[in-house]
Design a protein around this ligand. Structure first.
Ligand SMILES: NC(=O)c1ccc[n+]([C@@H]2O[C@H](COP(=O)([O-])OP(=O)(O)OC[C@H]3O[C@@H](n4cnc5c(N)ncnc54)[C@H](O)[C@@H]3O)[C@@H](O)[C@H]2O)c1
Length: 253
């Protein structure tokens, strides 16, 4: 577990209602940052934000749908107005969209609609929020963290469009790093297996422990371990930009 003094800092976390996003919200709030929790799931967002405010943390909920560019940008601008700026943007929102596995040989199931939805939720969402946050982050010399996946490196995700979207996040991270330099650093984390208690991702949890046994570290990662990596990339890592960091128990080793 790492720590940093984020007193007076202002952070936006997308996907903040649950899973890795919620773990990041808690981590940044514990370090003293104000945190805007952005998510599609209004009920869960409300419950998660209430729990944290009851514990004394300075967080607030910002329900939105990041599939809509105008709404996504307005959400970021509103949060910046409320906080007086932005120091960190942590893009964690994502979804497999299809609730059943689509094998790569099943091209018929990879419809135009699915491709558009997948890219919108898992990659364009991060561009939209980054675009809106860019002037605020330039002013604060802040940082962005995106969320890729092991599927983005090797394929083999829940569907080909999901894998491609996550691969695009890796490239988007490099492009944003070039585009926003030198004021704003842009990096990504690449998770492998996530402990079932740290996610609401609709996947087959029964295989997570078995699958992760083959990793060098032999277990799935916990939300706080992914959040630690986000904190390092935002609050430390002053000479790192454009990188996607494997937070994967050694999957890529
Ligand atoms: N859980 C895993 O096994 C795993 C593995 C690798 C990568 N990832 C990635 O990690 C990230 C977090 O996943 P998680 O495990 O915490 O899942 P999760 O489902 O617990 O959290 C994702 C959050 O994103 C939100 N979201 C989805 N669509 C949205 C939209 N259109 N607008 C705003 N918010 C939206 C959801 O409501 C949810 O709260 C995702 O990007 C996912 O692709 C997850």
């Amino acid at each position: 577990m790492i720590s940093a003094d984020l007193t007076g800092k202002r952070t936006i976390v997308t996907g903040g209602a649950s899973g890795l996003g919620l773990a990041a919200v808690r981590k940044f709030a514990e370090m003293g940052s104000t945190v805007a929790m952005v998510d599609l799931d209004g009920d869960r967002l409300h419950d998660s934000a209430s729990t944290l405010t009851d514990e004394g943390f300075d967080v607030f909920s910002a329900p939105t749908d990041l599939r809509d560019g105008d709404i996504a940008r307005a959400t970021v601008t509103d949060a910046a107005d409320r906080m007086g700026g932005i120091d960190h943007l942590v893009n964690i929102a994502g979804h497999p969209v299809t609730l059943t596995y689509i094998p790569p040989e099943d091209l018929d199931s990879q419809t135009e609609e699915l491709w558009h939805e997948m890219l919108s939720v898992n990659m364009l969402s991060a561009f939209r929020t980054s675009h809106a946050a860019a002037p605020f982050l330039k002013a604060s010399k802040g940082a962005i963290v995106n969320t890729a996946s092991m599927a983005g490196w090797r394929g083999g995700g829940s569907s080909s469009p999901y894998s491609v979207a996550k691969g695009a996040v890796i490239t988007l991270t490099k492009e944003l790093a070039r585009g926003l330099a030198p004021d704003v650093r842009v990096n990504a984390i690449s998770p492998s297996y996530v402990h079932p208690e740290s996610t609401n991702f609709p996947l087959k949890w029964d295989s997570v422990f078995e699958d992760s046994r083959s990793l060098p570290l032999g277990r799935p990662g916990r939300g706080e371990e992914y959040a630690d990596a986000c904190l390092f990339l935002c609050a430390g890592a002053s000479y790192i930009t454009g990188q996607t960091i494997h937070v994967d128990g050694g999957w890529s080793a």
